[in-house]
Design a protein around this ligand. Structure first.
Ligand SMILES: [Zn+2]
Length: 129
């Protein structure tokens, strides 16, 4: 593998042990050639977009990789596919996402309130000088 002129390793779908196969008429899946872990999913209808298996990300805060990703919590993608096959799992994912979204919104409001207090403290400090 060669480096680009900035000394970076350019991303290609031939990186490491990555293997790919056509999983349907419209999609290609990419997985680790050593352990078989799913890495990417690529749909023909959306060229230039790769779905990434987020479980492979190594974010310091854990599997949700919240410092790198924003999570949609208002709906479950492909719900119509999940319901006939795994109704209980789909509904559990839905309620878990809703609860997580609510938790995140409450957390953001608390942080905004703390930010306001901090700004007000600075105003008080500067006005007392
Ligand atoms: Zn692997």
């Amino acid at each position: 593998m060669s480096l680009d002129k900035e000394g970076n390793q350019p991303f290609t779908l031939d990186t490491g042990t990555l293997k790919h196969y056509r999983s349907s008429d419209i999609a290609t899946r990419h997985s680790c050639g050593k352990c078989g872990a799913t890495v990417f999913w690529e749909g023909d209808e959306r060229p230039h977009i790769l779905d990434v298996a987020v479980g492979l990300l190594d974010a310091p805060e854990g599997a949700r990789a919240e410092s790198w990703l924003w999570w949609e919590t208002d709906f479950v993608s492909f719900r119509e596919d999940g319901m006939p096959r795994a109704k209980a799992l789909t509904e559990a994912l839905e309620s878990g996402l809703a609860a997580y979204g609510e938790h995140q919104r409450n957390r953001s409001e608390s942080l905004l309130t703390l930010e306001n207090l901090h700004v007000n403290d600075e105003k008080l400090d500067s006005s007392s000088k």
